[in-house]
Design a binder for this molecule. Structure first.
Ligand SMILES: [Zn+2]
Length: 411
């Protein structure tokens, strides 16, 4: 559907003129080079320096107090059953306390002594950005490696000693494309995706490490409002504010980060009438000051294909099965938003807001192009922001102003 709005999507293509990453924080020991496996398909020693900004960003997400609330809630919240009998984590006042955050840091530090990172070997054909298993021997490709290829387990604290494998595309990008044709935009996208996938998989792996799973090895819902247990998506939504994906999905194997990233957010249309619907739409707009329209890129009214909620990445996590009514937003992520995560001053202001107001709000995608897709019994509709620089959109805005003027003339 996004291809229908190609002009608008192209406007979010970056200028390539950005500041370099300015993060100065140290990389957490869990990401140190000696926690990465060696052996077939593993070139981490060759590419480690190039991955540094991603490892620094992931380290901030896994070390700053305001980002650790998610982990603290998972660690110290209480298990409860919801109306459907699914287990969720209910908050406790202790989990937000400074003491709890200190203990979470200590647990993450022990976690860092057992976790193993690696890239999928080329024999692995599944389409995945990352996978976590509760022990390295559970990977189908385990037999391709020697025992000495894996970093040793240096702590006895874990209930499980998980292993995280990441898409080959990252290895391909940093080893080959980095010095051959990658633009600044591509580099930022690759670094950001790597940091996101690391955070997502660490969320799964940490739950395994501390034993937050049921007798059948299943994760709990992180909160009562989630529909499916997927701690990785839960972490992405809470800490980054979005579930992030490249528009074309082949970067995970070939490392080509030329395509823009997008972010999806799918919500069930809440019961309780139009007021609730408008409030969901308001939240999805994330403070955008643009005027929205339901017209297509040519300015026409039209019917849109009826998609299932499940077609949106991350939807399974936030929706009941086969929900016939839902509202989904898809943002095109502007590179400056990605760049901002790698800037020291942005982190300083996130930290200041936390210290003074006990608030953590990820940087909003205020000005990004987005579509809001809605199905609610009737035909599917799309809302999108108008861009005054677009000829068709300018005409729609002009007509609106004329109508407003006519109306104010009558009254
Ligand atoms: Zn996941």
């Amino acid at each position: 559907m996004l291809c229908e709005f190609d002009w608008h999507v192209q406007q979010e293509k970056g200028s390539g003129n950005y500041p370099l990453p300015s993060l100065t924080n140290p990389i957490l020991p869990m990401f140190a080079i000696d926690r990465w496996a060696t052996g077939p398909g593993q070139h981490t020693r060759e590419i480690y320096d190039r991955m540094r900004p991603a490892l620094q960003l992931a380290s901030l997400w896994l070390n700053d107090d305001h980002c650790l609330l998610w982990f603290s809630h998972l660690t110290f919240g209480e298990w409860r059953a919801n109306a459907e009998g699914k287990m969720y984590i209910s908050s406790t006042s202790y989990s937000a306390s400074p003491m709890a955050l200190q203990i979470v840091k200590a647990k993450l530090s022990e976690f860092g002594k057992v976790i193993i990172f690696m890239f999928f070997p080329s024999s692995y054909k599944e389409h995945r950005w990352g996978t976590t298993v509760s022990g390295k021997e559970h990977f189908s490709f385990f037999h391709e490696y020697r025992k000495s290829d894996f970093p040793p387990v240096l702590s006895s604290e874990g209930v499980r000693n998980p292993c995280i494998a990441l898409a080959r595309g990252f290895d391909e990008f940093f080893r080959k494309l980095w010095s051959r044709g990658a633009t600044v935009d591509d580099c930022y996208r690759a670094q950001f995706m790597l940091a996101c996938v690391l955070g997502h998989e660490v969320a799964h792996a940490y739950a395994m490490f501390i034993g937050q799973f049921d007798s059948r090895g299943r994760e709990p819902l992180w909160s009562a409002t989630e529909k499916h247990a997927e701690l990785g998506y839960s972490w992405e939504m809470n800490v980054i504010g979005h579930v992030i994906m490249p528009i074309a999905d082949d970067a995970h194997k070939n490392g080509c980060f030329k395509n823009q990233l997008n972010a999806t957010n799918v919500q069930t249309a809440l019961p309780g009438g139009n007021g609730n619907r408008l409030s969901v739409i308001h939240d999805l707009k994330e403070g955008s000051r643009a005027e929205f329209t339901s017209r297509d890129a040519s300015g026409n009214r039209r019917s849109w294909p009826a998609l299932n909620a499940i077609d949106f990445r991350g939807a399974k996590w936030s929706l009941s099965d086969n929900s016939p009514s839902f509202i989904a937003s898809i943002h095109i992520i502007p590179v400056p938003w990605v760049v901002c995560w790698f800037q020291k001053d942005v982190w300083a202001s996130l930290k200041a807001r936390w210290i003074h107001h006990s608030l953590y709000i990820p940087p909003p995608l205020t000005k990004a192009f987005m579509i809001i897709y809605e199905r609610n019994g009737g035909p599917a509709t799309i809302l999108r922001p108008l861009n005054p620089r677009n000829r068709v959109d300018a005409k729609i805005l002009e007509n609106r102003r004329r109508k407003e003027a006519e109306l104010s003339g009558i009254t």
